[in-house]
Design a protein around this ligand. Structure first.
Ligand code: XMP
Ligand code: MG
Length: 161
């Protein structure tokens, strides 16, 4: 976390950044990342849904459930996401955020599953690159459960739906 925070602190020295957390999975990551970043920053949150309830894979259709509260035009924005998986969610968010003309737009992802990518999108700041396994804990869920596990854990493939 310190390394990611240092990189952001360095890249935005003297600037103010809006960190936009993607609810709900990014909550713990945003909280830790923000405390490792030593620049002026504010928070905003969006919520999207791309999963069929109880499913482990994206439905492919992203819906914006909660929009930004504050305008991002002319501002430095970092989207903070738990996992960059197929890239469909972040591809969608990037597209709509760019329409608001931010001064810059970057992506911080706690985890990256590059093997699953469908959309050509990469994060600017990545915690860990992981293989194609479903993970829970540290904010991440399976059917809304297990977000409160303090560590990131692999959900066994035979775990009942
Ligand atoms: P896409 O495929 O659009 O998906 O890049 C990003 C979203 O999918 C969720 N996701 C997971 N959630 N464990 C989870 O709890 C996982 O292993 C996992 N893989 C993807 C995640 O919420 C992310 O926002
Ligand atoms: Mg998410």
């Amino acid at each position: 976390m310190a390394e990611l925070g240092d990189a952001i602190t360095r890249d935005y020295a003297g600037e103010t950044v809006i960190m936009v957390g993607v609810l709900k999975g990014s909550a713990f990551f945003l909280a830790d990342l923000a405390r490792s970043v030593h620049i002026d920053c504010t928070f905003d949150f969006v919520a999207v849904s791309s999963y069929k309830k109880g499913s482990r894979s994206t439905s492919g259709a992203v819906k914006l459930l909660k929009d930004l509260d504050e305008p991002i035009e002319g501002k430095h924005v970092i989207i903070v996401e738990d996992i960059l998986d197929t890239g469909i969610t972040l591809g969608y968010l990037r597209k709509i955020f760019l329409q608001h003309k931010p001064k810059s737009l970057k992506i911080a992802a706690c985890l990256d599953k590059p093997a699953r990518r469908v959309e050509p999108i990469e994060a600017d700041y990545v915690g860990f690159s992981i293989p194609n396994q479903f993970v829970i804990g540290y904010g991440m869920d399976y059917a809304e459960k297990f977000r409160n596990l303090p560590d990131i854990c692999i959900l066994p493939p035979d775990f009942p739906a």
